[in-house]
Ligand binder design. Structure first.
Ligand code: SF4
Length: 398
């Protein structure tokens, strides 16, 4: 079986300090099986792993997919199909020092070793794929958008960060949705059938089938093998399904945005109306391109007066420093939060979508903000609120 060969190779790589992640199994043109995945050296220090895309066929070693993106860019969540023209690959990439925004990219070519340059399909997304004429992308929280010629669909997964959306290459209508509750809690993967609405929770050998792939009898998932959430190693497993009621289908555009429904906070601690659509990132560095910029909606904060921005920023700056225990609790909540970005070893909050964070400015620097009493987490369900010695307002939900 393909999975057995792959597992032997990954076991050896793991012993050499290489981590493996984000598997995607797909049949090639002659019926052979290919595995797309990401590899990275083991984590050291406070830096996120720099995952890089690879492919391997049955009985072969992994080969690097030449994306041409800078070394510092994280490449993950591959999905690919093969037809008469060759291979079509989509993946998520981002995290460059000068442009941390993540985008959905597409590459195509006659074989996986000779793909053309990546072109951005969608900006400011961390989960999604394209399969033929179906484009799927997810918001950070709750909503998955399915765009297709025979009718668009939106899927809601309330109270959940969407960590990956992939599909089964042998049943393309079956989505594999990996998420984590925004209130903390264990990750999970749901197999959701777009054709029937059937949904099942997937486990492998008693573990959540985290970011798994399924092709026929082969099942691979990214098992956590270390202290760090990102310490992963691809494993094969025995699949178990239990019926789920987690995903609900809604007509496109009718869902209530979580951010507006629950009162989004501005990145400087003030209350601010905000569209759930992503902000257009700065167009420089990896992944910059016209398609990316045209698909993004500008952040409404850009229209706020400088006076208002200044007042809310001053309130945070002038507030007292919190006790160490509070700052540590805040840092911990941020460490587990998918909105956190690491740029040059420093932590930034990217939740509000304000371009300020993208500049690596002090305004979004969590090393500074988390020690200020008036700072509050801008998540729709905040991980923590403002803090004062006379107040009980600090709430930790993670
Ligand atoms: S402040 Fe809140 S949204 Fe921002 S990184 Fe921390 S936990 Fe996440």
């Amino acid at each position: 079986m393909f999975a057995t060969d792959a597992m032997n190779i990954f076991r050896r790589l793991h012993q050499d300090g290489i981590m493996s992640h984000m598997p995607f199994l797909s049949p090639g043109g002659r019926g052979e099986t290919f595995l797309l995945h990401s590899l990275a050296p083991a984590i050291s220090g406070d830096h996120s792993p720099r995952w890089k895309l690879h492919w391997m066929a049955e009985h072969t070693e992994p080969h690097r997919i030449s994306t041409g993106l800078p070394d510092e860019v994280v490449e993950c969540s591959p999905a690919a199909w093969h037809d008469g023209e060759g291979w079509h690959l989509t993946f998520i990439a981002g995290g460059a020092n000068d442009d941390p925004a993540y985008r959905l990219f597409r590459m195509a070519g006659p074989c996986l070793s000779r793909l053309g340059p990546p072109s951005p399909l969608r900006s400011f997304v961390r989960a999604g794929f394209q399969f033929r004429d179906r484009l799927v992308y997810a918001d950070f929280e709750k909503t998955i958008h399915v765009r297709q010629p025979f009718g668009d669909v939106d899927l809601e997964v309330p109270g959940v960060f969407i960590l990956r959306v992939a599909y089964r290459a042998d049943f393309p209508d079956k989505l594999l949705i990996t998420g984590q509750p925004t209130s903390g809690g264990e990750v999970f993967t749901i197999e959701y059938d777009l054709a029937t609405g059937q949904q099942d929770r997937l486990e492998c050998d008693g573990h959540p089938a985290y970011k798994c792939t399924i092709l026929g009898d082969d099942v691979l998932y990214a098992h956590r093998t270390g202290e760090d959430f990102e310490a992963r190693h691809i494993r094969s497993g025995l699949l178990a399904r239990t019926p789920a009621d987690v995903v609900r289908r809604v007509a496109p555009g009718t869902q209530e945005p979580a951010a507006l429904a629950e009162g989004q906070k501005g990145c400087c601690g003030g209350s601010v109306d905000r569209s759930p659509s992503p902000v257009a990132p700065r167009q420089s560095g990896a992944g910059a391109g016209s398609a990316a910029s045209s698909s993004a909606t500008p952040c409404p904060r850009q229209n706020e007066s400088w006076l208002r921005k200044g007042i809310t920023a001053l309130r945070v700056i002038e507030s007292a420093d919190v006790p160490d225990a509070i700052r540590t609790a805040r840092d911990l909540a941020c460490t587990n939060c998918p909105y956190r970005y690491i740029v040059r070893g420093k932590n930034y909050c990217g939740c509000c979508g304000c371009p300020e964070w993208n500049l690596g400015s002090v305004g979004s620097d969590l090393g500074y903000k988390n020690k200020k009493a008036a700072w509050e987490c801008p998540r729709p369900v905040p991980a923590f609120g403002p803090w004062g010695p006379d107040s009980e307002s600090l709430t930790m939900v993670d």
